[in-house]
Design a protein around this ligand. Structure first.
Ligand code: CO
Ligand code: CO
Length: 326
C-alpha cells in the first residue's frame, strides 16, 4: 500500500492502551514491534510477504526471506525463528512452490534462523514471505528516530530494485542483466546491523516500499532535525538509470513522491527523474543509519572486507524537519 492510504487506515484503529511491556508498538513508524521480557531481553516481531519480482522461484524465495528478516536487523535485533506465509494457486506446479520454499529455507540457514512452520492459502496470485521473531537488548534498540544534527546518513545497499523489477516484468531486462541488483536483494542486512551497533549508530531503518525519501522521512521528528542529501553520492544498481529513462519507473515511485511533497527542499533545476529515483520503492533494501561522525571509522572496519555502504548525507538542525536535496 502507498503511505497515504496506510496512514488513513491506521487512523481508524481504536486507540490501543498498551501494556508497559510494549517498547515499540503502533504509535511510531518503526520497522518492527518490540516486547519486553526482562531487563536483558526483548522480543522483536515483524512480518512481510509479497508477489514474485523475479521469475526464478528459488531466487524469489531467497529475496522474500532476506526482506522478511530485514526489519529485525533494522531494529538492531538478532532474528531467531520464522514462520512461512504462503499464497499459491493450487492449479500451478507444486515444484515451483517447493523451489520458493527452498530459497527461503536456505536464506534462513545462512542467517542462523530456525524455521518453525507456516501457513498456506490457495490464491490466484502467488505471494511469499515470513513472520519473524528476534531478540534485542532493551537498551540497544535501534529506532527510526534518534538522529542528531551532525550525524552522517549512511546507506548500506544501492537503490533501483523497483525500476529493475519493472523492467524484468516488462521483458526489458533478463534476470541475468540484473545480477547486481539480485545479488543485493539476497544480501542479509545482518552485517550492516552489527556494524551499526558497534559504531554507535543512533537510529536505523531499512529502505523498502516508501523509497529512500519516504523512509528517510520516518527518521525525522516533527521538528528540530532535518537532513541534507548528497545527490551525487546516492548509489544505484547497474542499469537503473537507463531503465528509468526507458520508462520503467513503477507507479509506487510517483505515489511516494507525491506523499513527500511539502517536506522536500529541492535544488533548482533538479531533474524530475532524479527525484523519482529517490522515491523508487525498494525490495529488500539496505539499512539507512544515523551515525555520529566519530563512529564512521569503526563502522567502516566492521563492514570490511566486502560490506557495501555510502555516506549519502548529513542530519542538520532544522525547525521544519525538511529533507534538502543538493
Ligand atoms: Co522496514
Ligand atoms: Co515491512
Amino acid at each position: 500500500m502507498g503511505p497515504e492510504d496506510l496512514k488513513r487506515v491506521l487512523k481508524l484503529l481504536p486507540d490501543q492502551r498498551q501494556a508497559e511491556e510494549v517498547l515499540v508498538g503502533l504509535e511510531t513508524p518503526d520497522d518492527a514491534g518490540v516486547y519486553l521480557l526482562d531487563e536483558e531481553n526483548a522480543l522483536v516481531h515483524t512480518l512481510d510477504f509479497f508477489t514474485p519480482i523475479v521469475d526464478d522461484p528459488y531466487l524469489f524465495g531467497q529475496i522474500a526471506a532476506t526482506n522478511s528478516l530485514s526489519d529485525v536487523y533494522a531494529m538492531g535485533g538478532t532474528p531467531l525463528s520464522a514462520m512461512n506465509i504462503v499464497c499459491f494457486p493450487c492449479s500451478l506446479d507444486m515444484d515451483i512452490l517447493a523451489e520458493i520454499l527452498r530459497g527461503g529455507a536456505d536464506k534462513l540457514r545462512e542467517a542462523g534462523v530456525a524455521l518453525l512452520g507456516g501457513h498456506t492459502v490457495d490464491d490466484q496470485e502467488p505471494k511469499y514471505g515470513m513472520a519473524v521473531t528476534g531478540k534485542v537488548h532493551p537498551k540497544k534498540i535501534l529506532r527510526n528516530r534518534g538522529a542528531q544534527p551532525g550525524d552522517l546518513l549512511v546507506l548500506t545497499k544501492p537503490l533501483g530494485t523497483g525500476v529493475l523489477a519493472s523492467a524484468i516484468k516488462a521483458d526489458f531486462l533478463t534476470e541475468r542483466d540484473a545480477t547486481d541488483a539480485i545479488q543485493g536483494m539476497v544480501t542479509l542486512n545482518r552485517k550492516a546491523s552489527e556494524a551499526a551497533l558497534r559504531a554507535g549508530a543512533r537510529a536505523a531503518t531499512d529502505v523498502t516500499g516508501f523509497g529512500l525519501l519516504g523512509h528517510l522521512a520516518t527518521m525525522l521528528p516533527e521538528r528540530g532535525v532535518g537532513c541534507e542529501l548528497y545527490l551525487d553520492q546516492v548509489p544505484y544498481y547497474e542499469g537503473t538509470r537507463e531503465m528509468a529513462e526507458s520508462g520503467m519507473v513503477p507507479g509506487g515511485a510517483y505515489r511516494n513522491r507525491d506523499f513527500m511533497k511539502g517536506r522536500l527542499d529541492v535544488a533548482e533545476g533538479l531533474d524530475e527523474l532524479e527525484l523519482l529515483l529517490l522515491c523508487d520503492p525498494q525490495t529488500s533494501g539496505g539499512l539507512l543509519l544515523a551515525l555520529p561522525e566519530e563512529g564512521l571509522e569503526a563502522f567502516q572496519e566492521a563492514m570490511e572486507p566486502d560490506g557495501f555502504f555510502r555516506v549519502i548525507g548529513k542530519f542538520t538542525a532544522d525547525e521544519g524537519a525538511r529533507i534538502t536535496i543538493r
